[in-house]
Write a protein that binds this ligand. Structure first.
Ligand SMILES: *[C@@H]1O[C@H](CO)[C@@H](O)[C@H](O)[C@H]1NC(C)=O
Ligand SMILES: *[C@@H]1O[C@H](CO)[C@@H](O)[C@H](O)[C@H]1NC(C)=O
Ligand SMILES: [Zn+2]
Length: 335
């Protein structure tokens, strides 16, 4: 009964985490940049040959986390950096990931699993869907911050609506910019950002977004992405501290200060996702899977050492981790 109440609440809220618009835009940008062989590989795994094959699964993980079967994955949507914004921003894997896992360990785990020939097809499909989602989540600054449960408990007013800081970054501000949240809106935003990456405002910096990208060291690579996003907590999200966003309407002044970072982070996530998937699909087993989907066992097995991923992660129960656990890893909160 409690579970169904939570599910009903989750459904009523509709979107969580870079809302649908953000995640689907990230997915479409990735579709614009992946190699043709990567597209075939992903379409096979997802059993979807439409022009929205990544966008169609981009928000699956946010619905799954609110199911009984998927509750274990709720902590994978963020890493609770216990830094001290705005004076000091930082992410530390051992300090911040938590023993139940985080976005960084999840990206590493599912990058390994999507390449694991010993897993059933359904698990490989699940792994790809998680990757498409978490590479998006990790670029949203408030998914890399512990303060007030990633800003979920910072009450704000946006354009006359009472909401919270996390929610306006995930949803209100992107939707204000683009005027909607349908797949069509996401496609249009992606087309714009793809052009900016190829020939516009982001052309000169796009290479730096994927610097050091290494699928065989997914923890280090995704820590780079988490650290990059977390830095915006100090410079853009809360430059004057928490109290500065708790009074007054954050539209339009705060919105105008935040929008360039939102567009930049969505663009980064899409471009990184494309390069990440290209690297995975270029691997031996992934190539094999593309041509002989049914005959995979025994060909190539990238060993999954799930336990090793969280080795050295602090098991200290901090006040932030207690608060996160108390809200059921996000139930009743949008994240
Ligand atoms: C992208 O959209 C912005 C408005 O948000 C516009 O100024 C810019 O010219 C567009 N870029 C491209 C390449 O279409
Ligand atoms: C890796 O993913 C599997 C399947 O979702 C999960 O059972 C396992 O706990 C995960 N391991 C880590 C370290 O996240
Ligand atoms: Zn999420």
């Amino acid at each position: 009964m409690w579970t169904s109440a939570i599910l009903a609440l989750a459904a009523a809220r509709g979107t969580y985490a870079w809302g649908a618009l953000g995640h689907e835009t990230v997915a479409y940008i990735a579709q614009d940049f992946v190699k043709p062989t990567t597209k075939t590989w992903a379409q096979n795994i997802l059993d979807d040959t439409t022009t929205s094959y990544l966008a169609n699964v981009a928000t699956w993980a946010d619905a799954y986390r609110y199911t009984a079967a998927g509750a274990f994955s709720a902590p994978y949507h963020f890493i609770d950096a216990e830094d001290t914004p705005p004076s000091s921003c930082s992410v530390n894997y051992a300090r911040d990931c938590g023993t139940k896992g985080c976005s960084v360990s999840a990206i590493a785990n599912y990058t390994s699993r999507v390449q694991d020939a010993s897993l059933p097809d359904t698990e490989v499909t699940t792994a790809l869907k998680f990757i498409v989602h978490f590479v998006g989540d990790i670029t949203q600054p408030l998914h890399d911050e512990a303060l007030e449960v990633g800003g979920n408990d910072i009450d704000v007013t946006f354009d006359g609506t009472s909401t919270n800081l996390h929610h306006i970054w995930d949803t209100n501000m992107p939707e204000e910019l683009r005027g909607g949240y349908s797949l069509t809106d996401a496609r249009a935003w992606a087309t714009n950002l793809t052009s900016e990456i190829k020939a516009g405002a982001y052309k000169s910096e796009a290479a730096s977004w994927i610097s050091g990208l290494n699928i065989n060291d997914a923890v280090t690579t995704s820590m780079t992405w988490a650290t990059d996003a977390n830095a915006y907590i100090c410079s853009v999200v809360l430059p004057k501290g928490q109290s500065a966003v708790e009074s007054g309407d954050l539209y339009p002044t705060y919105y105008n200060s935040a929008i360039p970072t939102i567009e930049l982070q969505i663009a980064k996530a899409g471009y990184r996702l494309a390069k990440w998937l290209d690297a995975i699909a270029a691997g031996e087993w992934s190539k094999k899977r593309t041509v002989e989907l049914g005959e995979k066992r025994g060909y190539y097995h990238r060993e999954v050492r799930s336990e090793d991923l969280l080795e050295g992660v602090s098991s200290l129960v901090t006040p932030s981790k207690l608060r996160r656990a108390a809200v059921g890893w996000g139930c009743g909160h949008q994240h």
